[in-house]
Design a protein around this ligand. Sequence first.
Ligand SMILES: Nc1ncnc2c1ncn2[C@@H]1O[C@H](COP(=O)(O)OP(=O)(O)OP(=O)(O)O)[C@@H](O)[C@H]1O
Length: 253
Amino acid sequence: MTPLALQNDGGPLLQVRNLCASIGATPVLQDVSFSVWPKQIVAMIGPNGAGKTTILKAVAGIIRPVHAEIVYNGVRIDALDVADIVRMGVVYVPEGMSVFPEMSVLENLEVGGYLHRHRIDERLRLVFCLFPELEAKKRQRAGALSGGEKRMVVLGRGLMAGARLLLLDDPFLGLSPKIVRRFCSAFQELRKSGLTLLIAGQHVRRILRVAHVAYLIEDGSITLTGPGPEILHHHHVIQILFGDTRDSSQSAP
Ligand SMILES: Nc1ncnc2c1ncn2[C@@H]1O[C@H](COP(=O)(O)OP(=O)(O)OP(=O)(O)O)[C@@H](O)[C@H]1O
């Protein structure tokens, strides 16, 4: 896999400071600050409704924060449009398996690359290298794919957009343990090739096992930070996310 170049001077790739966001009149995030370093896998975990998706969408420019300073690769992005943020390499990959069902797998992937048409072949090679089954089915209707394959297309579309920082919203939702393992390997491959991943979601054990750094979000604020495997064993995380006092690494998922 070809390494992807980034102009980073050794500092954080993404710095979010004092992010406050509301949905309608309801405050959802309060003073969220965190950093993501290049080639890291960073996790955002927390109970339902804690604000994980809102953080990803604010970074991607999909939700306009009430207040924030968001710096990506040395450039302030919190007032930019979504398309400009995508062009810089920050790509939000939504949860779910939404594909254009009547279009082919290849056409679905090409839709993701419309902002970077000149490097479409290189990105297709990356997607097909990660998920050879998509290459084998590239002329088939995307609507006929399995759930796991559709999820590969959704991630593939994000890669086709030229992602350097992938914002992955609940990437394991609805997937079998076998496909979850495939995606974990794909994430590690992407990281080795130079990408940085910010993963939010409910499959906490899976996510924390691959995360260099994890942030626990509760009621719109960061309440705990640490290396992924350490957070997995933290008594507060076990209590609020697993609802018991057993060692969280021992049970599925
Ligand atoms: N479209 C919306 N309209 C109204 N409230 C919303 C909307 N989207 C999110 N919210 C509220 O914002 C808060 C944060 O939601 P968010 O989706 O960021 O949480 P989350 O941590 O990603 O949750 P989950 O793990 O359940 O996806 C929740 O209280 C939610 O009810």
